[in-house]
Write a protein that binds this ligand. Structure first.
Ligand code: C5P
Length: 314
């Protein structure tokens, strides 16, 4: 029986800027997204019954419709009902390595892997733009997760322009165990506090895109200037997440105190904070120093690398 095993990398935001409201109720964003090597493993094969069977041992991962990867499988079954009838049901299992609900697009990358896996399993021959259209229907981060690498993302996050790949940087990810921040809550909170200054008209939004503060970071990436990249990291959602979750800000401050850290930022809507380091040796030293300084056993750390690959058959 044919069987596919896929690697689904996590992402961090090097830049997240909120411009205003979109007609569809989402926020209009300017982001710089970056894939990291820390990845989930997704196994897909035809099932024995005409159904979707979904497995994951991680206690925090829902196994039904609330899971975006499950929704990705449902979408494929709906869109390609003939292939679904021909090949039978699906067995999908997820080996979780990316922290759950952490601002690292863990669910989104699993969903992207499900799209790619079913395309292969059912021999649909969908092109990357066709997969992107499906990804876009499911969630804001999924189009990026399909491609991976380094990209400028506009709109809800689905209008992607690839940037020169960054490498030679190690990333530390850190988060408090059992601390979760709802993405919907973070955006809602931001709207409450800053909604008055939101851009709304298509012309002003277009102008906002042109004047976005990501431009300097984009040129630092083009020049591979790691020092500048570290200094230009920016995430608007820190303004609402930090006051409600001061422990997340404390983590960022602890990283910033380390001389060799190039820069530190909350990823997405948090609560993960990442720190960019020039090498894995430095990253290990920084983790030890921050552990000692924070003296909080609930903080977990991962050391990973920047990666230029998206969803890949493992
Ligand atoms: O698209 P995704 O499921 O990742 O978004 C989760 C929630 O975050 C949305 O329901 C919405 O409330 C908020 N969001 C937003 N604008 C975006 C992305 C997300 O308001 N561009």
């Amino acid at each position: 029986m044919r069987h596919y095993s896929l690697a689904a990398p996590a992402k961090i935001n090097l830049h997240l800027e909120i411009l205003g409201d979109r007609a569809d109720g989402y926020h209009e964003l300017v982001m710089v997204l970056q894939g990291v090597s820390l990845a989930d493993r997704i196994e897909i094969q035809a099932g024995s019954t005409q159904d979707i069977h979904f497995y994951c041992e991680h206690p925090d991962v829902p196994l039904g419709k609330e899971n975006i990867a499950y929704q990705a499988a449902q979408l494929m079954c709906r869109e390609y009902s003939q292939a679904y009838a021909q090949y039978g049901g699906l067995e999908i299992s997820i080996e979780k390595h990316i922290p759950v609900a952490a601002g690292l697009a863990g669910g989104s990358t699993d969903a992207a892997a499900v799209l790619v896996g079913i395309n292969l399993l059912w021999k649909l021959g969908l092109t990357q733009p066709e997969l992107q259209t499906l990804a876009n229907q499911l969630g804001s981060d999924i189009p990026f997760c399909l491609e991976g690498g380094t990209a400028l993302a506009l709109g809800r996050g689905e209008e992607l322009s690839p940037l020169a790949g960054l490498d030679n940087m190690t990333v530390i990810l850190a988060k408090h165990r059992n601390l979760y921040v709802s993405t919907a809550w973070a955006y809602q909170q931001y709207r409450q506090e800053y909604g008055e200054s939101y851009l709304q008209q298509p012309e002003t939004l277009e102008m906002g895109r042109k004047q976005a503060h990501s431009a300097d970071l984009v040129s630092a990436i083009a020049q591979e200037d790691h020092t500048q990249i570290g200094q230009l990291l920016h995430n608007d959602l820190e303004k609402v997440v930090f006051p409600s979750y001061p422990q997340v800000e404390a983590l960022k401050l602890a990283f910033q105190e380390q001389e060799e850290v190039l820069g530190s930022l909350m990823s997405g809507s948090g609560p993960t904070v990442f720190a960019l380091c020039p090498s894995s040796t430095v990253a290990k030293e920084v983790v030890e120093a921050v552990k000692k300084q924070m003296n909080d056993p609930t903080v977990e750390f991962w050391i990973t690398e920047l990666t230029s690959t998206g969803i890949e058959v493992a």
